[in-house]
Design a protein around this ligand. Sequence first.
Ligand code: IPM
Ligand code: MN
Length: 350
Amino acid sequence: MKATITLLPGDGIGPEVTDEAVKVLRVIEEKFHHSFTLNNALFGGIAIDQTGSPYPQETQDLCKQADAVLLGAVGGPKWSDPRAKTRPEKGLLDMRSDLGVYANLRQIRTYPQLIDNSPIKKEYLEGVDIIFVRELIGGIYFGEKERRDDYAKDVCEYSTSEIERITDVAVKLSQQRKKKIISIDKANVMATSQLWREVTTKYLEDNFPEIEIEHMLVDAATMHLLSRPADFDVVLADNLFGDILTDEASMLTGSIGMIASACLGDNNFGVYEPIHGSAPDIQGKAIANPCGMILSLSMLLRHSLDLNEEAIAIEQAIHNVLNDGIFTADLSKSNSVSTSTMGDKIAQKI
Ligand code: IPM
Ligand code: MN
């Protein structure tokens, strides 16, 4: 197949892990006889430096022309003055909204090879396989904001249709899985959460009575995720709660460097990114873990290009590399390889 992918390496370790994903993509291209056109575009802090905008027009055009977007990370100390006119993160939020990618899928699995890396005891981790469905272009992230010297305001809004469309994504996933959704809210306090609870319940009752839904308050969820993570399968959350819970859940895997994500809209188009962020503290040290990025590529192949066999080949290669005891520094204190060696090993396994 022929496909066009826009690469947004971004800031911090973003370019380092993007290089490794490209390495793997080229191997997939050759082995499975595809032809991928890759276009690089400026995004985040580096785009602010060069164009004044974190999501410049040319980048917007390249994203819209592509079949999918692969994104490294944005942000860093250079651009983190909270009062700055524009920040790299603004580019990320503008892009998500502009491209209409309302559903953020984040998969949390434990790897037997990494089980000792998690701060959680082994016996709780066996069989953990959770998929978070986070609403990505609404809620408090996008509501009205105000900031004065002595006052600040962030408004959280959700409409029934926004809640229904994200619930539908969770339903489609749960149909392939355990047919149970845990929906997160703060319905004992927040009006948006009360609507969230009502709409999700009714949407399932009316359309998918075979899918079970359990509503969980977000504070309780943070606790249960650690004490009984294996009870979670599909988790549905709004933008803010989903952001917080997925960072927490990444610790079940042992390293946030392993976690991939997909941001999906209504067609096959998607933006794929590791959830680790720009990690400026380790930028340029060649120790970043490229697995989250390479697994994001595997999600891209599966969801946007319908190349399931290729996606599985990548996942299997990562398993095999871990089985060989090859780890980056976040996964092993004593015996680790560089970012590019990790990429090479994965590419070789494919
Ligand atoms: C994420 C990040 C972003 C978010 C930030 C960088 C704006 O934390 O993708 O989870 O909060 O959505
Ligand atoms: Mn986050």
